[in-house]
Each structure stands twice: as structure tokens, then as C-alpha cells.
Design a protein around this ligand. Sequence first.
Ligand code: GDD
Ligand code: MN
Length: 376
Amino acid sequence: PQEPVRRWVPQASEAGGGRRVGTAVTVIVPTFNERDNVAELVERTAAALRGRDAEILFVDDSSDDTADEVARVAADAPVPVRVIHRTDNTGGLGGAVVVGLAAAGSDICIVMDGDLQHPPELLPALLDRFAEGGADVVAASRYVGGGDTSGLGTAVRFGVSRAATWLTRAMFPIRLARSTDPMTGFFLVDRRRLDVASLRPQGFKILLEILARTDLRIAEIPMEFAERRHGTSKASLRQGVTFVAHLARLRFGKMSLFAMIGVIGAVANIGIMWLLVALGVPYIWAAIIGAEVTIVGNFILQERFVFADMRTDARGLGLRFATSFTFNNVEAAVRIPVMALMVESWHISSVLATGLTLVVAFFARFLFHSLVVYAP
Ligand code: GDD
Ligand code: MN
């Protein structure tokens, strides 16, 4: 995912082969159409970090001219400001942060939103808490003493945020025991304690990815989550679905998510068949249409939620779909006669035979997709 198309680096920071030497902290700011927030963010960040060796690194996926605005502001900023502009948007917000962590000039990295909901004035407190020792991650939490969530806006968003936090902590009772706000996007991390290349974030929850996958020690400081300054939030229902998939994959692995989607597909398959038969379609045709729609639907979901991190250009979308589609049809065509054969020769019920073939088919499908369709 590391192919910055345009990379703007001020002259002074070219020393050491493009890597700043002796930088104390890199503030990583993921941006998606945040043009109007850039100037104020740079100004307040530089002011907060005055006297420290700091750089600001924007990782930008914008479709507007945010990257140009960063370059403009950088020209007379009191701290070095860089921007990596991506065009592929791999991994969304989380993917951008991973690119930032890999490219940061300093091992001490702070991730901060680009819309000023995370007050830059809190940066010294994060650094001071880290300097006290005993923590590899310092998070700014909305839910510890003195924290505040007024910037979340509506009661609905507040409720969703609390429920999601509760669910997440319940799923990782040990690793998140000391984290009141694993979904916060404002945190410091010591990159030396992290295998950046092994992170596979999906969507917004990059801190959750780090805490769930590693045994990094976390400390927290309270934060007042402010109102967004300009522009609009990129949170959406789609981000919500991505979050649930991310959680399932982190907790139970890819296979469980693959199975969950398989079950949803089976239910959809039966639903479609039932509907078509009710509309007067002959049941054989209803079965075929139901099966094909499910195969295509499953492919789309698996592609987006299960194997998103395994897609490569070497096997493009068309080829992935063709292999997956062919396999699933061959598998269905083989499974039914095999099932009939089992009933004939083993004298077991057709329901049991179907169940057994489906279990074998599930593993075969998962292996085929991980090893062939999304060949590493
Ligand atoms: N590079 C990049 N790519 N940046 C992105 C993308 C993306 O695909 N999507 C969003 N961003 C940037 C935004 O431009 C902003 O700087 C930051 O990520 C947060 O996005 P918002 O759109 O402001 O989302 P939010 O305020 O709803 O979410 C924040 O609060 C959540 C907790 O309520 C984030 O901090 C989340 O990480 C956090 O979980
Ligand atoms: Mn925001």
C-alpha cells in the first residue's frame, strides 16, 4: 500500500536519505477533504510543540486539493510539514495511518485527526505521559475523568459510540482492560514496539487494531472531543459495517467472518427461492437463481470484508471473480451428486448428507479462496 504518488518534502528534512534524523515526534494526520482545516491545524500544532523537535506528516486520500493546501501552508510553517498523497485509499483511514507510521521521521508518532476535533493543545500532555514511562501507547480518551464527548453531536451517535465501545471491550477483556476508549483516533505510539508491516487495519479503528494484535502497554489522558471545524464527517453506515467486520476478523479470524457471510448467504438463498416460488417461478429455476445470486453476493462481501487486505494487482477483480464464480458453481454441481451417492450407499438421511457435504464444502471454499483466488 506504500505508493505515494506525490511526496512533498521541505529541503531541510532531506538529510539522512529523506529521513529526518533526531526528530523527537512525528504528528501523523490522515486527511480526506480537510482543506479548510489545514492552516489552523498546522498553526496550533506548531504552537503546541514549540521548542520540541517535531514534524507534521499528512497522509492524504482527498479528492479535493487538500494536498496542495498542505504544500502551501508548509512553505512558511515553523515546523517541517510533509504530505503523502495516496490515490488508492487502501485500508481507508487506518491504511493511511499505517503508511504514515512507516514513513514517519521519528519513532515517537502521534496520530491526530485533521478536523481539529482532537485539540492539538493536548500534544504535550501525550508526550509528557509517555516520558513518564511504563507505556508504549498513550491514548487521549473521551471516557476518563475530565474527558468529554460533546463533539460527538447527537444523542444517537453518542449511544452508538458507547455501545460499540462496550461491545469491543467485552470482546477483548484482557487486551483492552486498561483502555476506556479503544476507538479514539488520537494517540501516541512508540513505533519501535510495533511491527508496522503486520498491521491490517480496515476503516477507522487503527488503535483497536494495534491494541488487539499486540501486547503494547497503554496509558490514557482525558480529552475533550471538540466540534469539527470545517467540512463534514466521513463516518457512515458503511464505516459501521466495516467496523463490525474488522472486529469479527480481529477476534475470530478470517475464517469466522467467511463463515458468517456464508450463513448470511444461505439465509438469503432460501429467502430468494421462497420469494420466486411464491411468484410462480418453477422451483428448479428458483433454486438456480437463488444459488447464483448468493454466489455473486457472497463474492462481493468476501472481497470487501474478508480478503480486502489480500487483493493484489497481479490478480485483478475480473480474474478473482471468474475463479471464485467457477469454483462455487463446480462445487455446487459436484456436491449434489456426491450427496445423493452418500444417501444411496451409506443409507443416511438426505439432511445429514447435505449437512456433511456443506461442512466439507465450507472448508474447501475457504482454502480455495485464501490460496487461489487471493493467492498470496
Ligand atoms: N487519509 C484518509 N483516508 N483520511 C481519512 C479517511 C480516509 O479514507 N477517512 C477519514 N479520514 C480522516 C478525516 O479527514 C479526519 O481527519 C479523520 O480521518 C477522522 O475522520 P472524520 O470524518 O472526522 O470521522 P469522525 O470524526 O467521525 O471519527 C473520529 O472519531 C471517532 C470516534 O468518534 C476518528 O478519530 C475515529 O478514528 C474515531 O474512532
Ligand atoms: Mn471528525
